[in-house]
Unconditional design. Structure first.
Lengths: 110, 115
């Protein structure tokens, strides 16, 4: 069975500092990896996915199959980045559900 | 922008009672999902639904749970006889398709409290 690990429950950085949210996964096949974000009192929303190779709100994430990681990075944190961040994996190509990590609460201090 | 909606936002029920959680997926979406998040724990997949039948389900989704699309818009999760451990946030999601590159759009959640 697949598993997603986010080792940091809480990450606090100062505005303007770089951010890296860690995500490791275990899955024997070829996974699809996602980052979801949940701002205060809002719903879960997709931030980015590995197949798109895009940068959203300054965030990027690269799938490293050798290290089975999909860390989320941003060079300069902004206060509005404060939120819960969830790494998620989709094992199959059909209607399989997402396997989530426990989430990292990112706090950006002014 | 269309959104997934869920009602009620908070449901309190007594142990042993049946509860139905309701979701209205985005109108042109064909795949529907339920997830739950027990306080302090991760979001867990329960079930996916396509073409009026269950497509995938997790070990959590036992005989106490059922899903239904009673009409063209609603998607419901029923828990037949609630237990204390069913207390959680329940999220509905929908997507246009089942695989890549279809995004799952989440509802705001229903907080279920079993007393």
């Amino acid at each position: 069975a697949q598993r997603v690990t986010q080792p940091e429950k809480l990450l606090s950085v100062f505005k303007g500092a770089p951010v890296e949210l860690k995500c490791n996964y275990s899955y024997s096949g070829s996974p699809e990896l996602f980052w979801y974000v949940q701002y205060s009192r809002q719903r879960l929303q997709l931030l980015l996915r590995h197949i798109s190779r895009e940068s959203i709100k300054g965030f990027t994430a690269d799938l490293n199959k050798g290290e089975t990681s999909f860390h989320l990075k941003k060079p300069f944190a902004q206060e509005e980045d404060s939120a819960m961040y969830y790494c998620a994996l989709k094992a199959g190509g059909g209607a399989d559900g997402l396997t989530f990590g426990k989430g990292t609460h990112l706090i950006i201090q002014p | 922008e269309p959104e997934v909606t869920q009602t009620p936002s908070h449901q309190v029920t007594q142990m042993g009672q049946e509860v139905i959680l309701r979701c209205v997926p985005i109108s042109n979406h064909l795949y529907f999902y339920w997830y739950r998040q027990i306080l302090g724990q991760k979001v867990e997949f329960l079930v996916s639904f396509y073409n009026n039948e269950i497509s995938e389900k997790s070990e959590i989704f036992d005989d106490q749970f059922s899903v239904e699309r009673p009409d063209g818009s609603n998607f419901t999760l029923k828990i037949r006889s609630t237990k204390l451990e069913d207390s959680a946030m329940y999220f509905c999601a929908s997507s246009e398709g089942g695989g890549t590159p279809y995004e799952q759009y989440f509802g705001p959640g229903t907080r279920l409290t079993v007393t």
